[in-house]
Design a protein around this ligand. Sequence first.
Ligand SMILES: C[S@@+](CC[C@H](N)C(=O)[O-])C[C@H]1O[C@@H](n2cnc3c(N)ncnc32)[C@H](O)[C@@H]1O
Length: 188
Amino acid sequence: MNKLTDGFYTSALSTGRLHLGCGRNVMPGWTNVDYEPQPDAFRWDLVEDLPLPNACVQYIFSEHFIEHISYSEGQKLLRECKRILKPGGGLRLSTPDLAFLINQYTQGRINEWHDMGWAPSTPCAMINEGLRLWGHQYVYDQQDLHRSLALAGFSRIETVQWRKSNNATFNDLEIRPYHHEIIVEAWV
Ligand SMILES: C[S@@+](CC[C@H](N)C(=O)[O-])C[C@H]1O[C@@H](n2cnc3c(N)ncnc32)[C@H](O)[C@@H]1O
């Protein structure tokens, strides 16, 4: 522990809810973490081990973040999430879907993300940009993400609907408009 991690540690234990790769979405009642943090979020490079003890939080949420770290870093982060979740705790993840990108490509469709300001010029540009722009390092499909969560030790891994959950804490959390992301909940 040091000055950097003290506040993070105290906040995580008191909120019991961790929001990884929060960007500008600093959620009240959560411990928000990013390596370029907004005020009231904590700075941490999420490819490093989390500076938290085993079984200390109940919920972890992350939207459009895991695709920004490499495959091996993502596998490690999922193991870290499993380690710090209490028994019965859950992780909710939202990330772009490789299968949807490829499906759009094969149909020659490029307009899906215009509302987000992403207007690729061709299907070929769409695939290349979808895999590489914004710092994307590894884009999952559903099977790969479920497998990664299982390998990290999670049980009860479910694909769920945008902004919907059987658990009240995970309801209505995504801030991004729906573009066929993979959204999963995985439980310890
Ligand atoms: C596409 S943004 C998503 C932000 C927010 N979750 C949202 O949906 O608007 C990805 C975020 O991940 C953060 N990020 C990328 N790599 C990171 C790392 N290694 N550790 C911590 N944060 C990281 C970036 O700073 C950025 O805020």
